[in-house]
Design a protein around this ligand. Structure first.
Ligand SMILES: CC(=O)SCCNC(=O)CCNC(=O)[C@H](O)C(C)(C)COP(=O)(O)OP(=O)(O)OC[C@H]1O[C@@H](n2cnc3c(N)ncnc32)[C@H](O)[C@@H]1OP(=O)(O)O
Length: 397
């Protein structure tokens, strides 16, 4: 919409933007106590506002972070969050204009990717995002849950208070949770949001830390609440350096008295949660969830950053950022721009789904999301994108 002004917000405009975002999610504005933390969860110049005259009609922010890609390299990623448009200004292009300004800013900062967790994934495909990391959610029924006697467990778990908890967890996270492909560095602003703002409020968030033979090596963040006729622990974060640390935290959570269920929101797809228990039905459900939507902001840089397990030629279309459109050869020896017949033609949003290995290219061809051409193209393209282990982020923002 031409009469919108899009610009970075000033310091004094951050709280109105936060209120706008909370309202768009049908949640009340933050209290002064919460603002003590949230006021410190913005990075200069990275909160955008869409103004219709004097009215702040929409907002979107990002934080600077790093993403681990296949092969072990890290590249800059903008973690996009707090996206909202006022109900009386919706469907007039405010989000589109915000996304355009934000992606241009991310590119200008030299960040190769943007990532977000979408309320509704249908919103973001048009801006080039695709679900790039999948995870699983597991709900354990406590009265059926007996851990398998062979489960390797070591060390101690302790509950920690709120004093200094952000420093403790951020250092621990950096030490134990950054090796995995798909993981993102957590900026201070993210910690202030996820942990800090429930400090001093009436949420029942608790933090458990695991100590192994070499010191602290894992943690879990959870809150407990009545849900219908059950008492449920909802676990928003569970990270450990070793299987022993992760298992011990699982065992601790499931051992807490007077709980009916433990609902762990994000675990890696390859965690064999049912195999932990003597009766696999102790795990009431395991559901696949969207862990991270990814946007390749600089396609050549993204293709050059990851390792490739084979060779293929990709023809990429990016209508929102046309400078990314082109034909690229990827191989174990690197990436080059080429002018030749491609093995696969795909949109940048589909490339985002493939990039970290969340899904096989030939499976997306089967449902018409990309086009393979030439003899053996499916096998060649599948082999190029193949990864050893599913990516996992496990970070809420
Ligand atoms: C990372 C995060 O923070 S996720 C949180 C996202 N925020 C929310 O869900 C809060 C509630 N929703 C909102 O605030 C708004 O509806 C938003 C931000 C989702 C969309 O803002 P708008 O300014 O209305 O979007 P805009 O007018 O630019 O729409 C662009 C296109 O997307 C489509 N679109 C936008 N939102 C949706 C949606 N929720 N479902 C389906 N299509 C949508 C529009 O129809 C439009 O399509 P068109 O170009 O074919 O006509």
């Amino acid at each position: 919409m031409s009469d919108l002004e899009i610009r970075p917000l000033r310091e004094d405009e951050q709280r109105p933007a936060q209120t706008l975002f909370m309202r768009s999610l049908h949640r009340p504005p933050v209290s002064d106590a919460q603002w003590e933390w949230l006021g410190d969860s913005f990075e200069p110049g990275r909160t955008w506002g869409a103004f219709a005259g004097d009215v702040l009609a929409g907002t979107a922010l990002s934080w600077g972070s790093r993403l681990r890609v296949p092969g072990g390299q890290e590249r800059g990623v903008a973690l996009v969050t707090r996206v909202g448009v006022r109900a009386d200004h919706r469907r007039r292009g405010a989000l589109t204009a915000l996304m355009r300004a934000q992606l241009a800013d991310v590119a200008a900062r030299g960040e190769v990717f943007a990532a977000l967790r979408a309320t509704e994934p249908v919103i973001y495909g048009r801006f080039g995002y695709g679900v790039g990391v999948l995870a699983q959610r597991a709900v354990v029924v406590r009265d059926k849950a007996v851990f398998h006697p062979g489960l390797p467990v070591a060390g101690e778990v302790r509950l920690v208070g709120t004093e200094g908890v952000v420093d403790l967890l951020s250092a621990l996270y950096d030490r134990v949770a950054r090796d995995r492909v798909g993981s993102v560095a957590r900026p201070r602003a993210l910690w202030n949001t996820s942990i800090g703002w429930s400090t001093g409020t009436d949420t029942h968030q608790q933090v458990a830390v695991h100590t192994g033979p070499d010191g602290d090596d894992g943690f879990a963040v959870f809150s407990t609440a009545r849900s219908g006729d059950k008492t449920v622990a909802t676990v928003t974060d569970l990270k450990g350096a070793t299987p022993e640390a992760v298992n011990a935290l699982w065992r601790f959570l499931v051992s807490i008295d007077l709980l009916d269920e433990v609902d762990v929101l994000s675990r890696p797809l390859d965690e064999q949660v049912r195999a932990m228990f003597t009766d696999p039905r102790a795990v009431r459900e395991v559901t696949q969830s969207n862990d991270l939507s990814l946007r390749l902001v600089d396609v050549p840089a993204a293709l050059a950053a990851r390792s490739w397990a084979g060779e293929a030629v990709l023809r990429v279309a990016d209508p929102f950022l046309p400078e990314n459109s082109g034909t690229y050869r990827v191989s174990p020896s690197g990436m080059s721009t080429v002018e030749e017949v491609a093995d696969v033609e795909l949109g940048v949003d589909v490339l985002a789904q493939l990039y970290l290995g969340a899904v096989r290219p030939s499976a997306l061809a089967d449902v018409g999301r990309l086009r393979l051409s030439g003899v053996d193209a499916a096998a060649r393209v599948d082999a190029a994108f193949a990864v050893d282990r599913p990516a996992w982020a496990g970070t809420f923002f």
